[in-house]
Design a protein around this ligand. Structure first.
Ligand code: EPZ
Length: 430
């Protein structure tokens, strides 16, 4: 299994191009199931999760093409891909494919809307929490679906003539359930109102893609989405938004190591809450035409308390990285994780660097230390893994991060991007 070796202590200086957002690319790819015409996506990141979803879509009959780089186009620019679901050949998403990645469960929405039936394996729990699917099933039932659980599969069928628009008032905000009901409602008969919808920029990217495909959606970017179902959707060409979690991750890395990094293509409005918190830590941030510049001026890292929240709040997907930063603050800070019940696996690994963190239920109390020391650590999930890389960049001496396949699920060319900014980082094969 590959590992990453780092020697900490170098400031980060230079430019990093932000890749397309994983969490937008995945549902955009799934939206291709809604039409028999091609959906062209620009700026798709090269990630293991994208590859995994390709396998799932191919199993349903989607033809996938990756187009070459255009002349003059920068190396490393996101992929241009076409997804063409001319015929859905199979409405089952099997266990061995779905169990590898939770987002693959979301195919249930478009399959049910277009084919009026779907049999999708339950995704199961995962490292960061139990992550049930009750909100998805609640929403689909509101649209008239009949749902059974059979041998670990959700077996869903639409009424004769297809799903029917309804009001879906979510008791809790869920990104995945919002994507799924939005896609299902696009082809339902009549009007659907989604209340307490997730407002993440990735939802907006998908909603705008659906509109480009002929869907009628209003309230995009708000907590209430109104969808007038249409009979058919058509092909479109859509750009994947820049990855706000990758942006926040590199911003926190630069805040921790010091230096001066331009995050090219980053959109500040997609992570304002995180940028505001970073500014309170003493990090200098400025918006430039080409992205966000992050600088640390050597005045030390101020401790700041943070609660994770749905967008526009501070993202849970940046919680581990922020904790890494706080381990070197000049005082005591508290983080409260409100989205997932078990998203503190990085705590024990950060302790291996000498970090002082106490967890009590949802709250982690971090007492900053002037210096971390490099260590052998183990990646546990995607965002936890990158928090260990950030800690390693700032720690004294050598760090080896084991089990880095998690990183490849969600960070494109991580070592390359960091080493171009002066980090001593390399991948060790095997
Ligand atoms: C999305 O997951 C992201 N994944 C996650 O990123 C992210 O952490 C999460 O949203 C929150 O922002 C993708 O976009 C592919 P949720 P999702 O449904 O949709 C509970 C990463 O590292 N819930 O908004 O699965 C759930 O257990 C990943 O890139 C129910 O109770 O998250 C959680 O506590 C990790 N019932 C809360 O809602 C349900 O039916 C929010 O989860 C569904 C969810």
């Amino acid at each position: 299994m590959d590992r990453i070796r780092l020697v900490g202590g170098n400031e980060l200086r230079g430019e990093i191009s932000i890749s397309g957002a994983k969490n937008a690319a995945l549902p955009l790819m799934i939206a291709s199931l809604l039409t028999d015409e091609p959906l062209v996506l620009h700026n798709v990141p090269r990630l293991a999760d994208v590859k995994q979803l390709e396998r799932i879509l191919e199993n349903h009959g989607v033809d996938i093409a990756v187009h070459g780089r255009r002349r003059g186009e920068e190396e490393g620019v996101g992929q241009r891909m076409t997804f063409h679901a001319a015929d859905i050949v199979d409405t089952t998403a099997p266990y061995d494919l779905v169990s590898k990645m939770r987002a693959s469960f979301w195919v249930i929405g478009p399959l049910l809307a277009r084919c009026h039936e779907a049999r999708v394996s339950l995704p199961g729990g995962c490292a960061i929490g139990t992550r049930p699917v009750d909100l998805f099933l609640f929403g689909l039932k509101q649209l008239g679906a009949e749902i059974d659980i059979d041998e670990g599969y959700v077996v869903a069928s639409a009424p004769k003539g297809g799903l029917v628009g309804a009001t879906v008032s979510f008791p809790k905000v869920s990104v995945g359930a919002t994507h799924t009901i939005l896609m299902a409602a696009a082809l339902a008969r009549g009007t659907t109102i989604i209340e307490n919808a997730a407002q993440e920029p990735e939802i907006t990217n998908v909603a705008e893609c659906l509109v480009a495909m002929g869907a009628k959606i209003s309230g995009i970017g708000t907590r209430t989405l109104t969808v007038e179902g249409v009979e058919k959707l058509h092909g479109a060409t859509v750009e994947v938004i820049p990855d706000r979690i990758e942006t926040g991750t590199f911003a926190m890395a630069a805040a921790m190591t010091g230096g001066d990094v331009l995050l090219k293509g980053a959109r500040p409005e997609h992570l304002q809450a995180a940028l505001d918190i970073l500014a309170q830590t003493g990090t200098e941030l400025s918006s430039e035409a080409s992205g966000i510049r992050v600088r640390r001026n050597g005045n030390g890292i101020q401790p700041v308390d943070v609660d994770t929240d749905p967008f526009p709040g501070f993202p849970t997907d940046l919680q581990a990285q922020f904790m890494a930063l706080m381990t070197m603050s000049s005082g005591v800070s508290e983080i409260r994780e409100t989205i997932f019940e078990n998203r503190y696996m990085h705590v024990a690994e950060l302790a291996r660097f000498g970090a002082d963190i106490a967890v009590n239920g949802q709250v982690a109390t971090i007492t900053g230390r002037p210096q971390l020391k490099g260590a052998q650590v183990m990646a546990t999930d995607l965002r936890a893994s990158v928090s260990l890389v950030i800690a390693g960049l700032a720690a004294k001496g050598e760090t080896v991060v084991n089990r880095i396949y998690h990183l490849d699920r969600g960070f494109e060319r991580l070592e390359d991007k960091l080493s171009r900014c002066g980090a001593k980082i390399e991948r060790l094969a095997g």
